[in-house]
Design a protein around this ligand. Structure first.
Ligand SMILES: *Cc1c(COP(=O)(O)O)cnc(C)c1O
Length: 394
């Protein structure tokens, strides 16, 4: 069997074996319900408490500000919908950016149908939110600003501290979708004036279906799941103990090796960026050169379809992702690539490679060879490319 080269760590990551090992006893022995009073229940409860403390301290937050959820999408839905509903008396206006994840954007469209008003702030050509536009968009009836910490497609890291300061100065709440950033880059909720923050376990080598929402003390947003008294009555449902324990281990591992792991990823990222730029003609790097996640490479190749490139990479055992979303049933190019100003035809020819510290330079070499060969092959079949070459010869 061909060896798999996994370069789609922004979509999900491999669950670390230490994480799996940490989870196993909570299936087999300590399976008690944390709400029960007998000892296996208490053991589970203790484990959940420890993870809550670990996550709180990783953010400079308090234990009772961390609420476990079913992942990033649920956290985003909760933050937006509950804030909108709770603060309706103040106003029905929310500000976000054009490059958010669909967990935020589709929640915003849902809110628009419910009578709320959303302003979608522009980004510059590197995908950085325009701060002056953001500040100008604030109105007396604005209740929330929601801007993602780092973008999942192009890896751009936003000026979160500055956005937090603007929100604070105007008395508006600030939520950030930090699903791509948490456990990858340092975050301090006080220093950055973050009021709410979403994160997800499976984006940092933890299990899927578990995440959390940080909610600053004093913010009285409504509960999202109604039922029992779990999560101080704000998110009902028996705790996903195995998921929480697994996510806790993943947090521990990520924070222990954050710098080392980021340095390794940066090395692989920069190697890919440099060699592709030098060896594949008519390509363009998307996203910011500096303010960028350590794991993210996003290139557009002229005259080709990203989907064809992905399929041919898959035949070589390489897992990557494209900017267009054909696979998810839509032919539209990525809203993020359009927002940074790419024309449709260029946005269609995009490829996202997201590395982890487990990848190697040898794998990068194999991927670069594959990209060169496939891009060349696809261009030879492209009438657009043929025209372009003819025009160049004249
Ligand atoms: C993956 C992702 C989400 C969704 O998280 P899930 O845990 O898969 O629901 C939300 N926002 C961003 C930026 C993401 O990358």
């Amino acid at each position: 069997m061909q060896k798999l080269i996994y370069l789609d760590n922004a979509a999900t990551t491999k669950t670390a074996s230490e994480v799996v090992n940490e989870m196993l006893p909570y299936f087999t022995e300590n399976y008690g319900n944390p709400s029960s009073i007998y000892s296996i229940g208490a053991t589970a409860k203790e484990a959940v408490t420890k993870v809550r403390e670990r996550i709180a301290s990783s953010l400079g937050a308090k234990n009772n500000e961390i609420y476990f959820t079913g992942g990033g999408s649920e956290s985003d839905n909760w933050a937006l919908i509950a804030t909108a509903q709770t603060y309706e008396a103040k106003g029905k206006h929310i500000i976000t950016s054009k490059i958010e994840h669909h967990a935020v954007l589709h929640t915003c469209s849902y809110l628009e149908k419910q009578g709320y008003e959303i302003t979608y702030v522009d980004v510059d050509e590197n995908g950085i939110v325009k701060l002056d536009e953001l500040e100008k968009a604030i109105r007396p009836d604005t209740v929330l600003i929601s801007v993602m910490f780092a973008n999942n497609e192009i890896g751009t890291i936003q000026p979160i501290k500055e956005i937090g300061a603007i929100a604070k100065a105007h008395g508006v709440l600030f939520h950030t979708d930090a699903v791509q950033a948490y456990a990858h880059v340092p975050i301090d909720v006080d220093e950055m004036n973050i009021d709410m923050l979403s994160a997800s376990g499976h984006k940092f080598h933890g299990p899927k279906g578990i995440g959390f929402l940080y909610i600053r003390t004093g913010i009285k947003i409504r509960s999202f799941i109604h039922g029992g008294q779990q999560e101080r009555g704000r998110r009902a449902g028996t705790e996903n103990v195995t998921g929480i324990v697994g996510m806790g281990k993943a947090v521990e591992l990520s924070f222990l090796r954050m710098e080392e792991s980021a340095a390794k990823q940066r090395e692989l990222r920069d190697y890919l960026i440099k060699r592709i730029k030098e060896e594949v003609p008519h390509c363009r790097l998307n996203g910011d050169g500096v303010r960028r996640l350590p794991n993210n490479v996003n290139y557009s190749f002229q005259f080709i379809e990203g989907e064809s490139l992905l399929i041919m990479l898959d035949m070589k055992g390489i897992c990557a992702s494209s900017g267009s979303a054909c696979t998810s049933g839509s032919l539209d190019p990525s809203h993020v690539l359009l927002a940074i100003g790419l024309p449709h035809e260029i946005a269609h020819g995009s490829l996202r490679l997201t590395v982890s510290e487990e990848n190697t330079i040898e794998e990068m070499d194999a991927v670069i060879d594959a990209i060169k060969e496939i891009v060349d092959k696809l261009r030879k079949m492209s009438p657009l490319y043929e025209d372009f070459i003819k025009k160049q010869k004249k």
